[in-house]
Design a protein around this ligand. Structure first.
Ligand SMILES: [Zn+2]
Length: 401
């Protein structure tokens, strides 16, 4: 999303120097494990450390980076939440007699996805990643563009601060361009002195690592490509502002997959009916349940407790991870797989999806989940979690009092 740039004459920089340049680059899924022993801009970015991510996926992690608040505050965690009264798909109840096999077929899913994007106001990124037959119980978190002012419902984001402080800025995301196109645009915009704050979101590393994280040579090559591109834009920035800052960070890492497990089959074998007795949403590493019958709650919880490759997260644990929601909108019971396991069947991906890497594990139990933080500015306080990236960005936007 290209944000309109204000007139430089009328838009004083937060630090009083209109030629200052701050580059903040988010590389999706580039985990600490992939760069800690590789050369990656070490000469330019001497301050380097791993960052703990938040439990979940980019849909929770990126709003945390942008606001400095946990998902329990931003209300952005997984993309779908239980909201039968507010669901944009509640009208699907009139289709409840349509058999599941037709309701959940590819054509229906595609139609619902297009309706969500174009007719129901769910934004261009809406994807139908729960079964269509249960869609009428769920609402969609990312109705607004999270890279714009007011895009995150529960907290102010860096884009709110940029607008409030009238700091000329540019935002680049995959909504419009590929990573290579973004790099070219940033380089051009820096040379044209169009902004002081650049938020550069490079998203393609995520899919690359999902499919190639086990291939050392390919990973070497890809990281070298990013190094070359980022070195180029940094040099362009230095030509304008010799003190230009460059901070590179990620939202989470990527864990090599070692095993698969069919939890859907175990849950189905209890014989309870969905949606009458319970609802379930299966992401790649996490399954979330809502129950409407006590026996179903008891028996399905029993199945989850006896599953050897994962566990139910307690409320205390969810609280400590910043993902506890009083109204249970993201699940009454949250089951998480152990690092390295994925569900062999899930709502998120079809059976043809065979990744070698996955993310969405317990942030404290999996070193591969760690994100990165690399910068040429000595941080005033040490960044420890992805939440701390927000403060680093805010500090260059909001005038110090
Ligand atoms: Zn991913």
């Amino acid at each position: 999303m290209l944000t309109p740039v204000q007139d430089e004459q009328q838009a004083p920089s937060a630090n009083g120097d209109k030629h200052r340049i701050h580059l903040f680059v988010l590389i999706d899924a580039l985990g600490w494990e992939y760069i800690k022993e590789r050369r990656f801009l070490n000469d330019l970015l001497p301050y380097r450390r791993p960052l703990r991510t938040v439990l979940g996926f980019s849909s929770g992690a990126i709003p945390t980076i942008l606001t400095g608040e946990w998902p329990s505050v931003t209300m952005h965690w997984n993309l779908f939440y239980y909201d039968p009264k507010g669901s944009p798909f509640r009208w699907l109840k009139y289709f409840r007699f349509v058999p599941d096999r037709i309701m959940n077929c590819r054509v229906t899913t595609k139609v619902l996805k297009e309706m969500g994007k174009h007719m129901l106001g769910l934004g261009p990124l809406f994807d139908c990643c729960v079964s269509a037959s249960v869609l009428r119980w769920f609402n969609w978190v990312e109705r607004k563009n999270i890279y714009e002012r007011g895009g995150i419902s529960g907290a102010a984001s860096i884009f709110d601060h940029l607008e409030t402080n009238r700091v000329p800025h540019r935002v680049y995301t995959y909504h419009h361009w590929s990573d290579a196109e973004i790099i070219k645009l940033v380089d051009k915009d820096i040379a044209a002195k169009t902004a002081q704050f650049y938020f550069v979101y490079l998203s393609e590393m995520d899919m690359f690592l999902h499919t190639h994280c086990a291939d050392k040579k390919k990973v070497d090559e890809r990281i070298a490509w990013y190094e070359m591109q980022l070195r180029q834009i940094y040099e362009s920035a230095r030509a304008i502002d010799p003190d230009a800052t460059l901070t590179i960070f990620s939202d989470h890492g990527m864990t090599p997959i070692s095993d698969r497990y069919d939890l859907m089959k175990d849950v189905a074998s209890t014989g309870y009916a969905s949606p009458e007795d319970y609802l379930a949403v299966y992401d790649s590493t996490m399954a979330r349940f809502w129950f409407f019958a006590d026996e179903a709650r008891q028996d399905i919880s029993g199945v989850l407790e006896n599953t050897p490759c994962g566990r139910i997260l307690s409320d205390a644990e969810l609280r400590s991870l910043g993902v506890f929601f009083e109204d249970r909108r993201f699940g009454e019971v949250v089951f998480l797989l152990n690092p390295g396991w994925i569900f062999s069947k899930s709502d998120f991906n079809g059976p043809q999806w065979m990744p070698v890497g996955m993310h969405g594990y317990h942030p404290e139990e999996d070193r591969y989940s760690d994100a990165i933080f690399l910068t040429n500015q000595e941080p005033l306080t040490e960044a420890r979690t992805i939440r701390d990236v927000h403060e680093c960005m805010r500090r260059v936007v909001v005038p110090m009092s």
